[in-house]
Design a binder for this molecule. Structure first.
Ligand SMILES: [Fe+2]
Length: 291
């Protein structure tokens, strides 16, 4: 079974005068929007940052956190840190301009999440299967319950040596949910309040979050699914930007290094078609509210 969910667009500019706009329906339908001629350009003095030595050795990414704009995860200091931060902030601004052009319906409602730069190679030797992003998964995080809020991500391959970012993409969200939902039980009574109270989660883990984490974990733990489920290999060459709802699109990072990534949050109600969201899809399949 073939998976064909990547759509390609000719844009060569990030700003508001680019040709593609009003494509909310495509991204909300679970497609990957790819822009092979839309590079994030580093200037001459920024090329030195394409080296793993700028990472602090602990974090996976060098990131700028919003709304404060602090730089994290780097060994860079003083003027180097300022220049690195400026590069990542420029990416955040360009990604935001692009997102608002592609999705004008989201204007005033798209919230900026972390901006990050990943200088190192994708690692397939993780300490645990749960953290192994080379296995097909939807994004869901144990300590950061989304309560239904959407995760929209803009990625750019900035590799200087023609090395593609290699992904696999998988089946549609509804098929994926149907595959595992019958096996997933309800959360333990009181567990959500306890995890919030003790600081394990940043906010209450709703039943929606419980289901999304279970889908993430069951897919990664299921080696037959990883090997045999409908999927496709996608290579994003250097100079390519791609946009995806990563809480909806099954994806796996198989290789590549030097990537920029910008996360945005959007409330389900602010989508053009809220019915396509994971929250509404799961509620429809289970026939009850989940938050
Ligand atoms: Fe992911």
């Amino acid at each position: 079974m073939a998976v064909d969910i990547v759509r390609t667009f000719p844009d060569i500019r990030w700003a508001s005068d680019g040709p593609t706009r009003g494509v909310e329906a495509l991204v909300e339908d679970g497609l990957v929007l790819a822009f092979p001629h839309l590079p994030f350009v580093l200037d001459e003095s920024e090329r030195r940052f394409l080296d793993a030595r700028w990472a602090d050795g602990k974090a996976k990414n060098i990131s700028v956190r919003w709304p404060g704009g602090e730089l994290r995860g780097t060994a860079a200091e003083a003027s180097d840190a300022d220049a690195l931060r400026a590069m990542i902030v420029r990416y955040a601004e360009q990604a935001e301009a692009l997102a608002l052009r592609l999705f004008p319906h989201y204007a005033g409602h798209l919230r900026r999440g972390n901006s990050s730069f990943r200088p190192s190679e994708v690692s397939t030797r993780q300490s645990s299967w749960r953290k192994d992003d080379s296995r097909l998964h939807i994004d869901a995080f144990p300590s950061n319950p989304m309560q239904g809020t959407r995760l929209l991500r803009v990625f750019s391959n900035v590799n200087p040596a023609a090395e593609p970012r290699q992904w696999r993409v998988g089946e549609r969200f509804e098929e994926h949910a149907r595959r595992y939902l019958p096996k997933i039980g309800r959360p333990l009574p009181g567990s959500s309040a306890l995890m919030h109270l003790t600081g394990i989660t940043k906010r209450r883990r709703t039943e929606y979050d419980h289901l999304m984490l279970q889908l993430h974990d069951r897919a990664k733990a299921d080696l037959d699914f990883q090997r045999d489920s409908p999927q496709a290999r996608v290579d994003f060459a250097p100079g390519t930007t791609w946009v995806v709802y990563s809480d909806q699109v099954l994806h796996a990072a198989m290789g590549g290094r030097h990537m920029m990534e910008q996360t945005f949050y959007l409330e389900v109600e602010r989508q053009q078609q809220p019915s396509t969201s994971p929250l509404r899809t799961l509620e429809r399949l289970l026939n009850r509210p989940l938050r």
